[in-house]
Design a protein. Structure first.
Lengths: 131, 131
DNA sequence: GACTCATACATGTAGTTTACACTTATATGC
DNA sequence: GCATATAAGTGTAAACTACATGTATGAGTC
């Protein structure tokens, strides 16, 4: 617990956004894992562990959020082409709702943060001291 | 990986907000662990594991973000009174900056989400198709 | 004064997750 | 043949989490 450096998101944007982003990218067009990883890297998920990434994709498939088929049409090793399922689409929508709520929570944090910052600067300014 | 239900934050607001909230609460006035836990509960962190909570507090102390002293003045078992350190204050500020960036990423997600939703609805409307 | 209850802090640990290293396989260029 | 890039995957020690349990103090009560 409690990390050495603050690492909330950026440069590795909070992993709770990883799944929704994956589903979002697949919503558009079927993509294979390797490329998906690179797209995610471009978005801002700095370093995603390859091993865990593929494991996660298989898990998402197991849970029916995505489905896959082998694509041997192009050169190089066979690609597993992932697509978003109907279940995944619904999941994404639910997730988006939750993220929206999370946005509100973040907003609330910053309101408190500024308020406390004022307090920090002016501890004896007792506006709102209702006791 | 990949959770059974979408559970981003609410009702147990994403644990990545736990540490900043703790520091935020301590910024105001020294508080002891037990009360801190209840304050966090009131904020929206539904169920925090007590064991892990205390372990985390000791960890935060080890990393010099907070410091503690025993308070035996009041009745009942001795309380460990936590205060925010200068290091903790700086950490909180850094964390807040990161959270702000995270907010931007979230915003970006929703922009992409709506855009993709349009695509999903009108796949052959090729505005912005620059290839 | 033994018993129960609430407060306060802490440890033990099974089960899961993560980070990091490693493996397999195909095609291309030299 | 051999290095390199692509593509997907396995193995596993260390870290983290959830849940159960332990220790201790004081207050009320019968």
């Amino acid at each position: 617990m409690a990390q050495e450096k603050p690492q909330v998101g950026v440069g590795g944007a909070g992993k709770e956004l990883l799944v929704p982003y994956i589903l979002l990218l697949l919503r558009n067009v079927p993509v294979h894992g390797y490329e998906l990883m690179h797209q995610l890297g471009a978005i801002g998920f700095g370093t995603i562990d390859q091993g865990n990434f593929y494991r996660m994709m298989r898990q998402l498939e197991k849970e029916s959020y995505v489905c896959s088929e082998w694509d041997t049409s192009s050169s190089g090793p066979a690609k597993r082409l992932y697509s978003l399922t109907e279940v995944g689409e619904q999941y994404l929508q639910t997730y988006a709702d939750q993220l929206q709520k999370y946005q509100d929570i973040l907003k609330q944090f910053f309101e408190m943060y500024s308020k406390m910052f004022d307090f920090y600067l002016f501890p004896f300014n007792n506006e709102g001291d209702e006791k």
